[in-house]
Write a new protein. Structure first.
Length: 266
């Protein structure tokens, strides 16, 4: 006689009681199926949960990596700008024949594309200039264009002062009354009328450097005034020996005219 289990169903109403016979084999199979389903559900749920956790972690790491890349790019950009500024200062000081410090030499010794530029010599002599003197020197360099316009006549002194082609500065054409700005920090030594340059402003920047601004329609500064780089000192005009509105701009080193483009930054 086969063994079996009886499943009795007793309804709440007056219906007949029902009796179901289930063999042990079927019962065991049903229990095994239920256990298998539960285990499968647990495994799937656990695996899916781990996948979700890993996906969330990967997304978080990706965001952090993106932020790190942005920060690194920003740091690299700042470092590049700093190196450019330092190299520019070294180039200007070398251009003016100023002895450089050991720190300047150390900067050039570093592996940087800017420091190895052909415009900057590979070997520098260490000097004793103080840090404050260096900052004053950089402020004295007439590196800022006095106005935006078109250069209509360039620098030419090789022909001699008596030659008609002699021109100790550059002419920059622009609209009348365009603001003329100081190319660097300094002290106004002259602000008045000149037969050739009309209303004229001369600024002493120290270190033997002076700048000249001629043919102005009106000057805004007086002799003795200290001006900063970019400060408006006059308005462009066509006074003196001039045929059209333009600025005559000169840079002089120890009273010797030099090409302003040697100092001006693009």
């Amino acid at each position: 006689m086969k063994k079996h289990l009886s499943l009795i169903v007793v309804p709440h109403d007056d219906s007949n009681v029902r009796n179901f016979k289930v063999s042990y084999a079927v019962a065991y199979a049903f229990v095994a199926l239920v256990v298998l389903c539960v285990l499968t559900f647990v495994v799937v749920l656990g695996t899916y949960g781990r996948v979700l956790v890993k996906a969330h972690e990967a997304d978080r790491l990706a965001r952090e990596n993106g932020r790190l890349i942005e920060r690194t790019a920003g740091i690299d950009s700042l470092r590049s700008e700093l190196l450019h500024a330092q190299a520019l200062g070294i180039q200007i000081k070398n251009m003016l024949g100023v002895k450089l410090t050991a720190a300047d030499s150390s900067l050039v010794a570093n592996v940087t594309p800017i420091a190895n530029s052909p415009a900057i010599p590979g070997t520098f002599e260490a000097g004793e200039a103080a840090h404050e003197d260096q900052k004053q020197l950089l402020r004295a360099i007439p590196s800022m264009w006095p106005l935006k316009g078109y250069v209509t006549r360039g620098f030419r002194v090789s022909v001699g002062e008596k030659d008609e082609q002699y021109h100790p500065g550059i002419d920059i054409a622009a609209k009348r009354n365009t603001p003329v700005r100081a190319s660097a920090e300094g002290v106004v030594t002259t602000s008045g009328w000149d037969e050739t340059y009309g209303y004229l402003v001369v600024i002493d920047h120290g270190f033997g450097i002076t700048t000249v601004y001629g043919h102005n329609s009106r000057n805004l500064v007086n002799a003795g005034d200290r001006v900063g780089r970019g400060q408006t000192i006059a308005f462009l005009g066509s006074t003196g020996k001039s045929t059209a509105p333009h600025l005559h701009f000169e840079v002089r080193k120890n009273d010797v005219p030099e090409d302003p483009r040697k100092y001006l930054l693009n």
